[in-house]
Design a binder for this molecule. Structure first.
Ligand code: PLP
Length: 496
């Protein structure tokens, strides 16, 4: 039996869970999350929110697992589709034809613009990125790729090599050769490297992990033209921008620019299953390449019968509810609210950028976003900064977010900024000294300091428990629990 979390978790249980996570998965991850009060256990995952099992506090999910929950947490239509499918299907044999694969491919193709008609079944975003690059390289017979500075496509193989931040790559050199990194929205930089050696230009229509940088219309038009001139395959990674997130089903529709290849994943699984896909144009040399090499990219966990049913239900939900309409209005309201907050805090905020419900607020110093995550968590807002641009706090609310919830989130952000100001009274003057600024920007020191403060806070909470504090076990019950946990050890957790 899988471990099923009960509705609430005592502090003792939480500590024990953290101990086990640290022992068997990663103590570093526990420490990292603890420092920012992000060591929460999600319960009642519904729509735009979840509650923390320890404190019972409601959290707005402003991260959506980097765009995995576009249809909201626990979407009933998607869960029903998966439950129904489980009555009849399992994953299916990956090599065989199936009506679910056909229905999924037909639906996906019909919802993509132009001649984006052909589908490669995949599992994750990283997997789909590999399939897209293999297709471009194989079909053109060329090796090199132009990719974006701070771009993010996953952390495996091809996608790691295409990552636009050195930090992820340094430990694993040599990686795949032939990636030319250019800044987004700089057409001249692309023109300088574009040649008949380049197989593909790969980009997210808005850099997500890269700090919410939307590509401009001029840039997209220019890329299309350069690709046409040199026979280069234009690849859009719609893993974060797809499924309604930017105010259209796909971001490419907003530009009216059709890539040769696009790929998607994450929200394709509706937050309850894994699925992804590459969609490519019905053109040469792509079609001939796949016909000659039908097994050039297979996956046992991508395009399964269950995955295809789930993605079909996600697409139906998004199209029937025209979620992009809400994304456009909620996105505008949220952006305006954030811009107002930015104006009131112009000494620390550099810029607010957005595309639909992909919204980022860039701070002047990197360490501010780390403190902001912590202050937001204390206000019941679960949000994290961009992995490849840590000075940018990004917000990716569910596409069905209501106006009231947008306003509630904005009030939470205001309260978080107010609290953050207390820390900044000391830190901002210190940050003016280059040596100290270097220390403040260092993630290792940030984590050490945050963890130390968290320990102090917990110590204080134990000494002076607040009335409204989370349910704490009584001493006898706690001692009993400790004994039971020691006796049962990990096995008791696994058996539950
Ligand atoms: N592409 C983009 C734009 C992403 O944001 C991500 C993940 O964050 C990926 C690809 C990789 O997806 P996965 O984690 O499913 O491999």
């Amino acid at each position: 039996m899988a471990y099923k979390g009960s509705e609430r978790m005592s502090i003792e249980e939480r500590d024990y869970m953290q101990y086990l996570f640290g022992k068997h998965i990663s103590q570093g991850q526990v420490t990292y999350l603890r420092t920012a009060h992000m060591d929460v256990y999600e319960r009642n995952r519904k729509g735009a929110t979840f509650t923390d099992a320890v404190s019972g506090k409601r959290f707005y999910d402003c991260f959506s697992s980097a765009g995995s929950f576009n249809c909201g947490r626990g979407n009933e239509a998607v869960i029903d589709a998966l439950s129904d499918a489980l009555d009849t299907y399992d994953m299916g044999s990956h090599l065989l034809l199936s009506e679910n694969k056909v229905r999924f491919a037909v639906k996906l193709a019909s919802l993509c613009p132009g001649d984006l008609n052909k589908v490669v079944l995949c599992a994750t975003g990283s997997d789909a990125c590999a399939a897209a690059l293999k297709l471009a390289k194989g079909a053109t017979g060329r090796n090199d790729v132009i990719n974006m500075l701070r771009g993010y496509h996953g952390l495996q193989g091809f996608s790691l090599s295409a990552n636009g931040k050195d930090y992820y790559k340094e430990l694993f050199v040599p990686l795949m050769p032939g990636f030319h990194v250019v800044p987004i929205n700089d057409l001249e930089a692309v023109r300088r490297v574009a040649s008949r050696n380049i197989a593909a230009i790969l980009l997210e229509p808005t850099l997500g992990e890269g700090g919410i940088h939307p590509a401009t219309q001029e840039y997209m038009n220019g890329l299309r033209q350069i690709c046409d001139e040199h026979g280069i395959m234009l690849i859009f990674d719609e893993v974060q921008t797809g499924f309604g997130r930017t105010g259209a089903l796909w971001a490419m529709e907003q530009y009216g620019v059709i890539p040769d290849i696009m790929f998607t994943a994450k929200s394709a699984g509706g937050g309850v299953y894994v699925n992804g896909a590459v969609v490519y144009r019905e053109i040469e040399p792509l079609v001939s390449y796949v016909e000659a090499n039908p097994l050039f990219h297979t996956s046992h966990s991508g395009g399964t019968d269950l995955g295809c049913v789930v993605t079909g239900a996600v697409l139906d939900y998004i199209v029937e509810n025209k979620v992009w309409e809400n994304v456009a209005t909620a996105g505008r309201r949220f952006k305006e609210g954030l811009k107002q907050i930015a104006r009131e805090n112009s000494d620390i905020v550099k810029e607010v950028r957005s595309f639909g419900l992909m919204i980022g607020i860039e701070y002047k110093y990197e360490f501010i976003a780390a403190i902001m995550s912590d202050c937001l968590a204390k206000q019941g807002l679960w949000a994290v900064f961009s992995a490849n641009s840590p000075q940018v706090m990004r917000f990716q609310l569910t596409t069905a977010i209501s106006q009231e919830d947008v306003d509630g989130i904005l009030s939470g952000i205001r309260a978080a900024v107010k609290e953050m100001r207390i820390y900044l009274m000391l830190l901002l003057p210190l940050a003016k000294v280059p040596m100290i600024r270097k220390v403040l920007q260092n993630t290792k020191y940030q984590i050490k300091a945050g963890n130390w403060m968290r320990n102090l806070e917990e110590f204080g909470n134990r000494l002076f428990p607040r009335r409204a504090a989370p349910r704490r076990p009584r001493p006898l019950r706690a001692a009993f629990q400790r004994l039971r946990m020691r006796a049962g050890s990990t096995a008791s957790i696994v058996r539950k």
